[in-house]
Design a binder for this molecule. Structure first.
Ligand code: NAD
Length: 442
């Protein structure tokens, strides 16, 4: 099929590339000229394992193209995907300005029957708004073209996005048009070689809701476990053991119950907030979802609080090594990363920060921490330790899991570790002579 993917970010670029990999002809569109120029030359704007090679391969086989010209490519395509950002608006709702802008452009340029797919995470009712916006533009052009808007929320996770897209747990399709559903089914069938059971069809509103509920559920598991961690610490229990104790129950399971420094990223924070706002707009106060958000906001600061308890409110003269800046491993994405909150708080208290992340250094240096004083960046985790009073671990990259603890002891002025992701064994750390602080264990 001939596809146009509008918005070439994490979702658009991965989706477009994976559709191309399956033999479709795909053009990824973006308004960011620099990004598109770079992609045409094989420069990938994000870090995502496996993506670069797949993009290169499909550019070479001419199945993947990049452009800033939506009008030109819309005329040739069977399906147009909207994959632009839906950032948090000032009032907490999802800001739909990019989605609606794209809908307008589609209406202004559509020349033949088309399926328009909302892949962005959008609140219930957005497909109707997209439909209306396109129809308004067609009315202005005095054209009568048949089109359908389908909801196909994306569930990929950064860091494992290619794998998630190529072998999805499920694909959700919300549609009220049987022909469109069948076309989408055909598009996705190569991704389900063994069984099509994981392609789930439903009405548009339920599909839109499904995405928010999935993210809210995962965020709830994280906040629940973080709350339990804080209680464990107070009552003298070890959350690491409690986690294993409850995860072994098949009704609970082990995933998403790791205590830590809270969730971040481009999705959970904004989607939890947007769901709460949607509920409120319909007269319902979503108390549990509000609590999930409140617990997370508090949790992001737990490690900073431990630093303050150990060194005092005034951190002037203290140097702290920070391992990990991205909101999670295997990505360079720093949107809403807990590290941002921790570093800013510690700097405000007078500390100097020496930071390292395997992939997010450019993002940190040139964007997210550009204006934060007293933060310096190093090329390796060990270099950050020189002259530091403690090490703070904030992202659970594999290279941090089993470091050379002797080197840590030699480099740090005191052997102190604040572990915001519970990566190390408490007993082992005591035996090695570290003062070791983690989440949910005194
Ligand atoms: P992103 O910010 O990485 O990319 C969005 C892209 O859209 C940008 O490159 C931007 O320049 C482009 N854009 C904006 N307006 C445009 C227009 N009028 N025409 C063409 N391009 C335009 O965003 P993302 O992380 O890919 O997220 C996109 C959507 O997918 C969001 O709704 C998000 O919630 C959802 N989502 C994201 C993830 C994730 O892990 N990042 C996972 C699932 C769903």
């Amino acid at each position: 099929m001939n596809l146009t993917v509008i918005g070439t970010g994490y979702v658009g670029l991965v989706s477009g590339t994976c559709f191309a990999e399956m033999g479709n002809t795909v053009t990824c569109i973006d308004v960011d000229v620099k990004k598109i120029d770079g992609l045409k030359n094989g420069i990938i704007p994000i870090y995502e394992p496996g993506l670069e090679a797949m993009v290169q391969r499909n550019i070479e086989s001419k199945t993947l193209h990049f452009s800033t010209n939506l009008a030109k490519h819309l005329g040739k395509c069977d399906i147009a995907f909207i994959a632009v950002g839906t950032p948090m608006g000032d009032d907490g709702s999802a800001d739909l300005k990019y989605v609606i802008q794209v809908a307008k452009e589609i209406g202004q340029n559509m020349q033949h029957t088309l399926i328009i797919v909302d892949k962005s995470t959008v609140p219930v009712g957005t497909a109707d708004k997209v439909k209306q916006t396109i129809q308004n533009e067609l009315n202005i052009r005095k054209l009568n073209i048949d089109f359908h808007v389908v909801s196909n929320p994306e569930f990929l996770k950064e860091g494992d996005a290619i794998n998630d897209f190529m072998k999805p747990d499920r694909v959700v399709l919300g549609s009220d048009d049987e022909t469109s559903t069948q076309k989408m089914r055909n598009l996705y069938s190569p991704f389900f070689r063994s069984s099509m059971d994981r392609l789930i069809t439903m009405d548009v509103r339920s599909a839109e809701m499904t995405k928010y509920v999935a993210n809210a559920m995962l965020a709830t598991k994280i906040s629940f476990m973080n709350e339990i961690a804080n209680i464990c610490e107070l009552v003298g229990a070890d959350v690491n053991k409690v986690r294993i104790g409850i995860g072994s129950d098949s009704r609970i399971g082990y995933s998403f119950i790791y205590p830590g420094s809270g969730y971040g990223g481009s999705c959970f924070p904004k989607d939890v907030k947007a769901l709460k706002k949607t509920a409120l707009e319909h007269g319902y106060t979503a108390e549990l979802i509000s609590a999930v958000e409140d617990v997370n906001n508090r949790q992001k600061m737990v490690i900073a609080k431990k630093v303050v308890t150990r060194f005092g409110e005034d951190l002037t003269g203290k140097t702290l090594a920070v391992w990990g800046l991205a909101f999670k491993p295997q990505t360079d994405d720093m949107r809403e990363a807990p590290a941002l909150y921790v570093i800013k708080d510690l700097v405000q208290r007078g500390a100097r920060i020496q930071a390292y992340d395997p992939k997010a250094m450019d993002q940190a240096k040139h964007f997210y921490l550009k204006d934060v004083p007293n933060v310096s960046f190093f090329n390796s985790k060990y270099e950050t330790l020189q002259g530091a009073d403690a090490m703070i671990l904030l992202t659970e990259w594999k290279e941090f899991r089993s470091p050379d603890f002797e080197e840590l002891k030699q480099q740090l002025s005191e052997p102190i570790i604040f572990d915001g992701r519970n990566q190390y064994n408490n007993q082992m750390m005591q035996e090695l002579g570290f003062e070791y602080f983690q989440i949910g264990k005194k």
